[in-house]
Ligand binder design. Structure first.
Ligand code: SB7
Ligand code: NI
Length: 184
């Protein structure tokens, strides 16, 4: 199982690298990694298991975070009632369309690879059309908005070596740009 010790932190080069596309069908190793990343998210969101294994709660995990520079990520997004609204293992995720409207989480963002709080709004796209492939190479296209869309953008950033705080306006971190919805 993936533990916090397996998650690389700032300063580890892979976190700033551009990850490589997966070719299909994904190898057994790539399929196992996808499932292990999803298992980590489920464990991290289970109070008892998270406490037992000292896991930080995560709603997403990208392969570069476990030092594998491949374009794959797992997302497990709950709503405010704890019901899962988006659960996928994404291979070669790609944003096809972005709304003009922007969105940011009211409380900012964090990252399992960043062991410090970085305050400020992370302004992203409110609605996206996402293309991704599953382990068999089957193409999927889904429309996402608000929190699930924010999480997917955070994970795709990891595949391009971008971290959430790269988006924060250091001069005025809490300024709300035009046409931006704040998500509680
Ligand atoms: O890369 C995933 N990870 O660092 C866990 C945190 C994910 C995440 C946190 C806040 C907003 C969007 C996504
Ligand atoms: Ni992250």
């Amino acid at each position: 199982m993936i533990l916090m010790k397996d998650i690389i932190r700032e300063g580890t080069p892979t976190l700033r690298a551009t990850a490589k596309k997966v070719t299909f069908p994904a190898s057994q190793e790539e399929q196992n990694l996808g499932l292990e990343m999803m298992e980590f998210l489920e464990n991290s969101q289970d109070e008892k298991i998270a406490e037992k294994y000292h896991l930080r709660a995560g709603v997403g995990l990208a392969a570069p975070q476990v030092n594998v520079s491949k374009r794959m990520a797992a997302v497990l997004v709950p709503d405010n009632q704890g019901n899962i609204v988006f659960k996928e293992i994404l291979y070669n995720p790609r944003i096809l369309r972005e709304s003009v409207k922007r969105a940011a989480l009211n409380e900012g963002e964090g990252c399992l690879s960043v062991d410090r709080d970085v305050a400020g709004l992370v302004v992203r796209t409110d609605r996206i059309t996402l293309e991704f492939f599953d382990a068999d190479g089957t193409r999927h296209e889904v429309k996402l908005r608000d929190y699930p869309a924010i999480v997917v953008q955070h994970e795709i950033d990891h595949l391009n070596g971008t971290l959430f705080y790269d988006h924060i306006d250091s001069k005025s971190p809490f300024k709300i740009p035009e046409n931006t919805v704040i998500i509680e």
